[in-house]
Design a protein around this ligand. Structure first.
Ligand SMILES: NC(=O)c1ccc[n+]([C@@H]2O[C@H](COP(=O)([O-])OP(=O)(O)OC[C@H]3O[C@@H](n4cnc5c(N)ncnc54)[C@H](OP(=O)(O)O)[C@@H]3O)[C@@H](O)[C@H]2O)c1
Length: 271
């Protein structure tokens, strides 16, 4: 679906690079069809050295030359970049914004033409094609635009199409989520060290346990509680571990973390 389509990534920072790496490695875009922009020339040179992609400082020229534009600047920078590209965008193009907090209505209001806009919220494991992305169409986006955006993000992981009202929640759960899971992995590894395991072995045990448990949930489609019960032998050791987790408030802490991050996601455009 992306054959011969030109892709511009405006604001190629950590997430922009993650997407480009994933898409190039998945073979769904050709390096010659990609152009990136950044705030500084140095960043463009980094991207050229790492991936061979062309870069320029002009968002306007890059956007004008592309069929699909991924807007990947910080939420606070979105108004400026959207006003720069507003006059050159056409209805035949498609704009995908990965900026947290910024609604499709906000972007549409500042564009001159009825450009199809998709709001997307990916996460950093897209770099390994194990990402999780939520996408929501704006008012000018049709099924074909949703399908194209889904094709792009499916190349770097899994994609759910959601109502836009859920995008802040997706930001607080799966976009911020890798950070929560790294802390859990780090803590499990620390626990392994406490009970005598070498750190490298403890880290591998913890990380692969998270991968395996996640795959069990996705591939068996069983409720996580049922899978947890399968590990929990009566009077065994797992139930003792679970009692400690409950006493420490792990569930409530994780719920509160997602609620707070979701609330913060609503404010990013203004602050
Ligand atoms: N990181 C994540 O896990 C994640 C997940 C989902 C969504 N997002 C969203 O992705 C967006 C980018 O996040 P990030 O973590 O990738 O931030 P980042 O690393 O700071 O990237 C932002 C990039 O924007 C560039 N930039 C700044 N001003 C610009 C301008 N006027 N024109 C063009 N480029 C400009 C910067 O260039 P210089 O480096 O040259 O200054 C930088 O490369 C945010 O809106 C965020 O909400 C991030």
């Amino acid at each position: 679906m992306l054959k011969n389509k030109r892709l511009a990534v405006l604001g190629c920072g950590k997430l922009g690079e993650t997407l480009i790496k994933g898409l190039l490695e998945a073979g769904v875009i050709e390096v010659a069809n990609v152009i990136v922009t950044a705030g500084h020339q140095q960043r463009l040179e980094q991207m050229r050295e790492r991936f061979g992609v062309a870069g320029m400082l002009s968002n306007k020229a890059a956007a004008e030359s592309a069929d699909i534009i991924i807007l990947a600047v910080k939420p606070q920078t979105v108004p400026r970049v959207v006003s720069e590209i507003s006059d050159v965008l056409r209805a035949a193009q498609m704009l995908i914004s990965v900026a947290a907090s910024v609604s499709t209505a906000f972007i549409e209001k500042h564009l001159s033409a009825p450009v199809p806009v998709i709001r997307a919220m990916p996460n950093t494991p897209c770099q390994l094609k194990k990402g999780m992305t939520g996408i929501a169409p704006g008012s000018n986006a049709g099924r074909e635009h949703v399908a194209l955006a889904k094709f792009i993000f499916d190349a770097v992981g899994r994609t759910v199409v959601a109502d836009e009202k859920h995008m802040d929640a997706i930001t607080g759960l799966s976009a911020s989520g890798p950070a929560y899971i790294y802390i859990i992995i780090e803590s499990l590894a620390e626990a392994g060290v406490k009970v005598g395991l070498p750190r490298d072995i403890a880290t591998e045990l913890a990380a692969q346990t998270v991968v395996g448990a996640g795959s069990m949930v996705l591939e068996t489609a069983e409720h996580p509680a049922k899978l947890k019960d399968m590990v929990t032998t009566p009077a065994g050791c797992t139930i003792d571990g679970i009692l400690e987790l409950e006493e420490g408030g792990l569930r409530v802490t994780l719920i509160k973390a997602v609620v707070k991050a979701t609330q913060r996601a609503k404010e990013l455009l203004e602050t």
